[in-house]
Design a protein around this ligand. Structure first.
Ligand SMILES: [Zn+2]
Length: 87
């Protein structure tokens, strides 16, 4: 008589985190995925605007599941602001 292991518990389904007010800070969902050290797998990321600088916008990429920061990016401003000094 062979022992059969019980089937895998239904942990496979990962529930999406509930929508929160903070979600308004995320302007778009990136199509790309990055490796999350906490989830130990590639995860879909959310791009969050951190700072708006004269030379560009600084973004942070957060894991969609645990919101760990998995990367950063600075998007250079397309229109350079010229400072005009008048005497
Ligand atoms: Zn994660």
């Amino acid at each position: 008589m062979s022992r059969s292991r019980p089937g895998n518990p239904p942990y496979g389904r990962r529930q999406a985190p509930p929508a929160q007010e903070e979600d308004r800070q995320f302007d778009e969902l990136e199509a790309s995925s990055l490796f999350c050290p906490k989830c130990k797998t590639a995860v879909p990321v959310r791009k969050r605007l951190l700072l708006v600088l004269p030379e560009g916008e600084r973004y942070e990429y957060l894991c969609s599941y645990c919101f760990t920061s998995v990367g950063r990016k600075v998007k250079e401003a397309t229109n350079k602001i010229q400072l005009i000094h008048t005497a």
